[in-house]
Design a protein around this ligand. Structure first.
Ligand code: FES
Length: 144
């Protein structure tokens, strides 16, 4: 079991927008993950939609859109349950978000997932040393 990594204070995870960080996958690739506040804790989801995996759920301009306990995909509007990750509507119906294990202890959030390693806070591109914008071109059809 790998040691847990401190991410942030639970108080720093806003009810709207979430908190973004980046992990390293076992194959060495970087993956963005966002925290969302729940009624009784914090959940962490990999930052892509199950309908079109190049579409981010957490966008730099608006963060993650959470409405009535659901995370709304900005592209086509599918809503994922913020607690379970399940989607029962729109083009992503029948899918579930990819979860990352975190825990909250004494008001602090820790990454406890053995399958990934913490890279840095913020977007994957924040770890780049070059100035090239090589992030996928997510687009949105929705306005919030
Ligand atoms: S890309 Fe998310 S519902 Fe289509």
């Amino acid at each position: 079991m790998s040691p847990r990594t401190h991410l942030t204070s639970a108080d720093d995870v806003p009810e709207q927008g979430g908190w973004l960080f980046t992990v390293e996958e076992p194959n060495g690739s970087l993956q963005e993950v966002f925290l969302v506040r729940l009624d009784d804790g914090i959940a962490a989801w990999k930052n892509y939609c199950q309908h079109e995996t190049d579409q981010e759920l957490y966008r730099e301009e608006i963060g993650a859109v959470v409405r009535d306990g659901g995370i709304v995909c900005p592209k086509h509007g599918s809503v994922f349950d913020a607690v379970t990750g399940d989607c029962e509507n729109g083009p992503a119906a029948g899918s579930t978000l990819a979860e990352v294990a975190v825990t909250v202890e004494l008001g602090e959030v820790y990454l406890t997932d053995d399958d990934v390693e913490f890279s840095h806070a913020g977007p994957a591109s924040a770890g780049d040393d070059d100035d090239d914008d090589d992030t996928p071109g997510s687009t949105s059809h929705l306005r919030f």
